[in-house]
Ligand binder design. Structure first.
Ligand SMILES: [Zn+2]
Ligand SMILES: [Zn+2]
Length: 335
């Protein structure tokens, strides 16, 4: 079968690899695989654990070809939760399977999804609703990231999201779904700001053109935001987030930062701010995201900028790295 193999940093080729052996698991023909920031990190050689040679891609949906598990039959349409936990280590037993010591993810102990076929155990597959396209199904993964990152948001909260790419804009929309009274989003890209405004974000800020903190204090009603989600790895975001938090507010960190950051932590002490990391999702988060997408309580279709064939992966990665305007580009390996 064909797969998009990262052979060395910045060098992807779409090439023949051995067909996978499904064994007692489920064989999928992949029909939509989203590219995300972490694929870009892997591509550029900066991902902490995904290293070449590796098949990229971890946000996917496809059609069941064969199944060793009676829960699925050929023709079923599913999305994949791309995290395999052991369910035996102390972290799994404590209810945190997403932090499993032995966790396997696509590109680390498990194949990548940017290939014609992919094998997964039935327990990580989620059926797609009849009306839901594969492209929407492949959005369940990033929605699950946004769902977990906004778990502190309560009805009536003021929420700020720093970074309005795919994850940031989903986090903004999910915050509204969770009942936020106002959502402010900042992004340096005009394309992303226009999208966020069209999607109904109350306040959309270009942090290079205006004073994000003073605008934010005003937008929050004067005392800062209840929850600030950092969805950009830019080094300035952490200090901005601490300044934007209300006393006893929560700052949620999502990105992999490029290196060690130097930041003044006095606001954390003086305002009793909680700084919380958020990494992928639990199976419960993924199920919640699947419900949002399958019911279209969150319509993810506007977030999908483009769907292209597998052969376009090398060019698409170069274009995204070059700053191309897009929110979520997906690959259909069956095209
Ligand atoms: Zn991702
Ligand atoms: Zn475990």
């Amino acid at each position: 079968m064909k797969a998009a193999v990262l052979e060395a940093p910045r060098r992807v080729s779409v090439t023949d690899v051995p067909d996978p052996d499904a064994g007692a698991d489920v064989l999928l023909r992949m029909r939509a695989v989203g590219l995300c920031g972490s694929d870009l990190h892997t591509w550029s050689g900066h991902h902490p654990f995904r290293k070449p040679p590796v098949v990229l891609g971890h946000e996917g949906a496809g059609e069941v070809v064969s199944s060793g598990d009676p829960r699925f039959r050929p023709g079923d349409r599913v999305a994949v939760m791309p995290a395999l936990s052991c369910w035996e280590c102390t972290r799994c037993e404590a209810g945190n399977p997403h932090l499993c010591v032995h966790k396997r993810v696509p590109g680390l102990g498990w194949a990548g999804m940017l290939s014609e076929y992919f094998v997964a155990p039935a327990r990580v597959l989620v059926p797609l609703g009849d009306q839901i396209g594969y492209d929407e199904g492949a959005m369940i993964e990033p929605v699950a990231v946004g769902w977990r990152a906004t778990s502190a948001v309560r009805g009536g909260d003021a929420v700020a999201v720093l970074g309005g790419g795919a994850i940031g804009s989903l986090a903004a929309a999910i915050s509204r779904y969770r009942g936020a009274r106002t959502v402010m989003v900042s992004d340096v890209k005009e394309h992303n700001r226009a999208f966020l405004t069209a999607q109904g974000a109350e306040v959309v800020v270009d942090p290079l053109a205006s004073d994000l903190v003073s605008l934010g204090v005003e937008a929050s009603g004067g005392d800062g935001f209840d929850v600030v989600v950092v969805a950009s790895g830019h080094p300035s975001c952490l200090a901005e987030a601490l300044a934007l938090s209300r006393p006893r507010g929560q700052v949620v960190l999502l990105p992999m930062f490029g290196g060690a950051l130097t930041v003044d932590l006095n606001p954390v002490v003086l305002k009793e701010v909680t700084v919380q990391g958020s990494t992928i999702y639990t199976p419960a988060d993924f199920a919640a995201a699947a419900r949002l997408v399958n019911t279209r309580a969150l319509d993810v279709r506007p977030y999908i900028s483009d769907v292209v064939p597998l052969g376009h992966v090398p060019d698409v990665l170069l274009a995204i790295d070059g700053g191309a305007d897009h929110l979520k580009t997906q690959i259909d390996p069956a095209r």
